[in-house]
Design a protein. Sequence first.
Length: 119
Amino acid sequence: VQLQASGGGLVQAGGSLRLSCAVSGGTLSISNMGWFRQAPGKEREFLASMRLGTGRTYPPASVEARFIISGDKAKNTVYLQMNNLKPEDTAVYYCASGPNLSMVRVTSWGKGTLVTVSS
C-alpha cells in the first residue's frame, strides 16, 4: 500500500487549503485512513480519520470544526479540507492508514506535505 499526500503550500492566515491523499496498491486491505501533522519541535498529532466503507469519521463531524475529512471511494482518495488557517497550523501533514478508526495503530504512512501559514 502506498499513500501519497499532496496539496500543501503557503497560505495566509484565514485562508483555506485542501490536502489529498491518494492510495495505490492493496486498496482493498485498507479499513481506515487518517490525517496527522507534525509541527517543528512537536510530536506528531492526530487530526481526523475516516472509515472507508461507511464514511464514518472520527472525531465526529462538527459545524465548528476547521478541519474536515472526506473521501472519494471511486478515486481511492481521502481529503482534508482546512479552513480559517492559523500560523500555528504550520506543520508537515501526513496521511496514514490503519485497522482502527481511532488510528491508534498505523500500518502505512504517506510522505508528508508541508503547510505553511503566514500571519
